[in-house]
Design a protein. Structure first.
Length: 323
């Protein structure tokens, strides 16, 4: 008996005239804005320029979307290239299907290009945007709710997700809301990174590596609960193996980086330091010019006072003669 459950939306897209408004796309867009906003605040707090995070995101976000889609299409190629399927659907990103592993990998390439163009150390930038990326994932996962996809095993728990669609082999019923589990986990990861960064002054990419390691930990057990079709290696889902491998790489990076480059970067954006220096020089110059002007005014006043004294002395002598 179903006493309580999370309802699924009756539709994942609304139409504003001929224009489709898709819930999945809105979740991705909102997530990107949150990531850029929080990343900018953290970057400025580290001594960088306001707007730099957004400028580099212009490179990172498109690369990330392409990478996420490529990973999904490659690992689930049968959805697009098997018999009876239309390969054109591989380009319909708005219908869902982004692999976070590909998004992070190719997104990092785009961020590296943006950082190189501005002379910014990539690890420092990654540390600044790490919590924002986790929050963006938390928001983006709700796109799966709109599409009624990527749910877990059947359950009658009060927070079960009720699936009503029967398209693409779905079986209506109540299932574990793995999208919600991952969304909550990502929020926890973001808060963990923010706390650890403040507590231990993480630098040189270690905050980003902590985000990766913590996310992989949760993704492993959440992935194990999912029942959608996936490739398996030794009886284990491919994404679980990926999470294990990436987790080990992230932990290794934290350990090695802490030994080779302890502490945090003193300067994250050289141009911002130059701006501060120029501003200081301008202020000093202005102060010096003001002081010179004041000295000149004092000199002029002194000369006027001396002239007045001479005139007064002459007038006094003339008066004395007349007397």
């Amino acid at each position: 008996m179903e006493l309580a459950y999370i309802p699924s939306p009756s539709r994942g897209v609304l139409y504003l005239g001929p224009i489709p408004l898709r819930g999945y796309a809105f979740c991705i867009i909102i997530g990107v804005f949150v990531a850029v906003w929080l990343g900018n605040k953290r970057w400025v707090a580290r001594g960088g320029r306001a707007g730099t995070v957004a400028d580099i995101a212009v490179w990172a976000v498109p690369f990330g979307l392409i990478g996420g889609r490529l990973y999904h299409v490659i690992t689930d190629y049968e959805l697009y290239f098997s018999e009876g399927r239309d390969w054109v659907d591989a380009f319909k990103i708005w219908e869902g299907g982004l692999g976070i592993w590909g998004a992070i990998a190719l997104g990092a390439l785009g961020a590296w290009i943006g950082c190189r163009r501005r002379g910014i150390p990539m690890p420092a930038y990654a540390d600044a945007v790490a919590p924002g990326i986790a929050f963006a994932q938390a928001i983006g996962r709700w796109g799966n709710w709109f599409n009624q996809e990527l749910y877990g095993k059947p359950t009658d728990l009060p927070w079960a997700l009720k699936i009503t669609s029967s398209a693409d082999g779905r079986v209506p019923g109540t299932y574990h809301p793995t999208f919600l589990y991952e969304s909550l986990w990502c929020i926890g990861v973001a808060l963990l990174v923010i706390w650890a960064d403040r507590r231990f002054k993480l630098g040189h990419g270690r905050a980003f590596a902590l985000y990766v390691a913590a996310y992989c930990t949760g993704r492993g057990w959440i992935e194990y609960m999912r029942i959608d079709d996936a490739h398996h290696i030794l009886g284990v889902r491919l994404n679980v193996w990926t999470a294990i491998l990436v987790f080990l790489l992230a932990v290794t990076y934290i350990v090695v980086s802490a030994k080779k480059r302890p502490g945090r970067e003193a300067v994250v954006e050289p141009a911002a330091v130059d701006d501060d220096a120029s501003g200081g020089e301008s202020e000093n110059t202005a102060n010096a010019e003001g002081a010179d002007a004041a000295d000149a005014a004092d000199s002029a006043d002194s000369e006027d006072s001396e002239d007045d004294a001479e005139d007064d002395a002459k007038d006094g002598a003339g008066s004395a003669k007349k007397t």
